[in-house]
Design a binder for this molecule. Structure first.
Ligand code: F0G
Length: 430
């Protein structure tokens, strides 16, 4: 069945509409753009059935956990789609991390199981496909690491050049390694992520390069598939809460946009609440939400969760829109809370990078505060793979993060022993 849903770009600020064929990331008024669809005449039940019929496909474009939902992502012929069969990530029982958070029904969606080890691949498959649709040959992004690793990979598989702007000395080694390995032209700039983000927008305009940050509305479209896939894994039964980390704020905007579309189509009939969790050293959304103030960027953001070390997130307006729709909340978590929650996610046998573990740290805080009921059905999103940032793991377990004010509360220190049975027995206390 062909749904052919009418689609256009629309400004968030002034509602001006543009044709999808027109290459642009922002409105003439300067506002951010959204992909909009006419869903009124769409048969939601038939669409859901189509998606169900694709579940478990073994090969090909539609076996991707993003393109399975292509009618609500970007409806192009399959031979025009750039894919690494991303998505299809697992939904784990949180185990130890659930006990730690005080939740009885806590699932963790592990987006670190995507091809390049983070959720970014879902947005990037769609962004790279859009780049091809516009005949781009060079793509660029500013990144705290994961976006660049993902972009470099998708550019490589589709024959495009990639240019990466990263903050000097502030990105985790696993991510830098991927950017270099996938042959991205990597420019470490003097300054932080926010400086890199400003620069890359100017560069793309000046040099006619296709911008693949989440300001690009097609990135958001691809990332919506995280929510679609979770719901399909749950047989379309809507949890009470989604908990998700917030940095540049694209991912939570995508989650709420996708859920909103499913709700409009009658595919789901309950609105879940969304909790966005920021690191307290990089918390502009939290401050705005908590104090009901105007948006104000954080000048020198800082956190061990380098993925979300962002003071001036580009998608804050979209994020606020989603929070309002879902009766959501924003919470902040300290460095210690992030790393202790990470120790629990890791010890549960699941493992994730620091920023991801804001979901678990935030869950605990919101349960402790009585905002989330311990019996509630909760899905936390783990955004990146444990191996992205081995330094953070080793630092915590060797308890050497004191200079950052972080204690190895649950440290599992390596033990140095002599190569004798007696020494082993002593170490194992047997
Ligand atoms: N978790 C991880 C592992 C991330 O890499 C990011 C963002 C986030 C959470 C936050 O998501 O920005 O959509 O709110 N990383 C970007 C990057 C900024 O460049 O890789 P967000």
């Amino acid at each position: 069945m062909d749904f052919n849903i009418k689609t256009w770009l629309e400004c968030l600020d002034c509602d001006r509409k543009y044709d999808v064929d027109e290459l642009r990331y922002s409105c003439d008024c300067g506002g951010t753009l959204d992909v909009k669809r006419d869903l009124d005449s769409v048969d939601g039940k038939a669409l859901k059935e189509l998606w169900e019929s694709r579940w478990g496909m073994k090969r090909g474009v539609l076996s991707s956990g993003v393109w399975r939902y292509k009618e609500l992502i970007l409806d192009l012929p399959e031979d025009q789609i750039v894919t690494r069969q991303e998505g299809n990530t697992r939904l784990y029982d949180a185990g130890l991390a659930g006990k730690y958070a005080g939740l009885k029904n806590f699932l963790l969606k592990h987006e670190g199981e995507n091809p390049t080890g983070s959720f970014k691949d879902r947005g990037m498959t769609c962004g790279a496909t859009a780049a091809k649709m516009y005949n781009a040959s060079v793509v660029a992004c500013a990144s705290t690491g994961n976006t660049s690793a993902s972009m470099a990979s998708y550019a490589a598989v589709s024959g495009m050049k990639s240019v990466i702007f990263i903050p000097e000395g502030k990105i985790a080694y696993g991510k830098l390694a991927q950017a270099l390995a996938f042959n991205g032209k990597t420019l470490q700039i003097e300054g932080n992520f926010d400086d890199a983000m400003t620069l890359v927008q100017e560069v793309c305009k000046e040099l006619n390069i296709y911008l693949l940050n989440s300001i690009n509305p097609f990135r958001i479209e691809g990332q919506k598939a995280i929510g679609f896939e979770i719901l399909q894994q749950l047989d379309w039964e809507v949890p009470d809460w989604f908990i998700i980390p917030g940095g540049n704020l694209g991912n939570n905007s995508a989650l709420s946009k996708g859920l909103q579309e499913l709700y409009q189509l009658g595919i789901i009939n309950k609105i879940p609440r969304i909790a966005v969790i920021q690191a307290s050293g990089a918390n502009p959304l939290y401050t705005m939400w908590k104090e009901h103030t105007e948006f104000k960027a954080v000048k020198d953001p800082d956190t061990i969760a380098t993925a979300i070390k962002i003071g001036n997130p580009v998608s804050w307006k979209k994020s606020m829109r989603g929070l309002e729709w879902s009766n959501g909340v924003v919470e902040e978590v300290s460095e210690q809370e992030i790393m202790d929650a990470k120790a629990m996610v890791d010890a549960a046998g699941i493992g994730a990078e620091p920023a991801s573990c804001c979901s678990v740290a935030g869950a605990k805080k919101l349960v402790d505060a009585g905002i989330i009921d311990p019996d509630a059905k909760v899905v936390g999103i783990l955004t990146g793979n444990i191996l992205k940032d081995p330094d953070a793991v080793i630092g915590y377990h060797q308890d050497t993060l004191g200079k950052m004010g972080i204690k190895g509360t649950y440290a599992n220190k390596p033990v140095v022993i002599k190569a004798t049975i007696a020494a082993v027995k002593a170490a194992l206390e047997v």
